[in-house]
Write a protein that binds this ligand. Structure first.
Ligand SMILES: O=C(O)c1cccc(C(=O)CC[C@H]2O[C@@H](n3cnc4c(=O)[nH]cnc43)[C@H](O)[C@@H]2O)c1
Length: 244
């Protein structure tokens, strides 16, 4: 099974491919540059849900997921993974920890009203959550030592204790936030490809302190996690474990 991984920035992409090789094969497909390492095609699609959705959609539609060669079928990608660094909610997800999303949630998609934030579904359209395959989430977490919980997709990085508290009140099962997961999930859903989100925690969600971000440590944790994924994916039986 070929896996598409979507990161925001090139250093995250390279942290993923480094788990397998120092010299990934580079494939230019319309709208995306795929770095191929083993079963993983990795694209740095840009920051934010819109960039991530566009990059994921182009890569998925490119046909690059089709295996070629003797005995191979024309299989599309079997899994899409939104991956990178992220902010962790204290105390559950400390800096340096790894998170696998049990739910991928659009936390700021909706409307502000005098009574507070109203999610898009309460407005009568759209969706606010994708649920990755539960068995795969469990197995990836077990193999990598990751925590599981909801990962919020936000368009604005949280920068205050008040906003962090409000997000946790609205999403009590949230353990992390990042900016791409929901966009990747939207693209994957259109082709009925299962989706995962894996985040290495580089900073705490809360008052902005860019100097405290531990990006190098988080990128190393991401590399280590992807190095442990191959046996998990080889043992995964997709039809029995679909997302909802
Ligand atoms: O400055 C650098 O060297 C650097 C290296 C790697 C990545 C970055 C980024 O800024 C990545 C942005 C990416 O990270 C996610 N992220 C990380 N922390 C948070 C957060 O607290 N809240 C939301 N998103 C976060 C996010 O997915 C960004 O797209 C810089």
């Amino acid at each position: 099974m070929r896996v598409l991984v979507v990161t925001a920035v090139p250093v995250e992409r390279d942290a993923v491919t480094r788990a397998f090789t120092d010299e990934p094969q580079i494939l230019d497909v319309p709208g995306a540059e795929l770095h191929r390492a083993g079963a993983f095609d990795v694209v740095a699609g840009g920051a934010g849900p819109a960039s991530a959705a566009a990059a994921a959609a182009f890569a998925l539609a490119s046909g690059a997921g089709a295996e070629v060669g003797p005995g191979a079928g024309a299989e599309p990608y079997g899994l899409v993974v939104s991956a990178g660094i992220g902010g962790g909610f204290a105390p559950d997800a400390p800096v340096g920890s790894l998170v696998v999303a049990s739910g991928i949630v659009a936390a700021d998609l909706g409307a502000e009203t005098p009574d507070g934030f109203v999610p898009v579904t309460a407005l009568g359209f759209g969706r606010e959550r994708f649920v990755p395959p539960p068995g795969l989430v469990r197995d990836v977490a077990a193999a990598t030592g990751a925590l599981t919980g909801e990962v919020l997709t936000v368009s604005t990085v949280t920068g205050s204790a008040g906003r962090a508290a409000a997000l946790r009140t609205a999403h009590p099962h949230a353990v992390a936030e990042a900016m791409e997961g929901f966009g990747v999930a939207e693209a994957a859903e259109r082709l009925r490809v299962p989706v995962l989100e894996i985040r290495a925690v580089s900073n705490a969600v809360g008052p902005r302190d860019r100097n405290a971000w531990r990006i190098g440590d988080a990128l190393a944790a991401l590399t280590e996690a992807f190095g442990k994924l191959t046996p998990v994916l080889e043992g995964w039986t997709t039809p029995h474990d679909r997302h909802r």
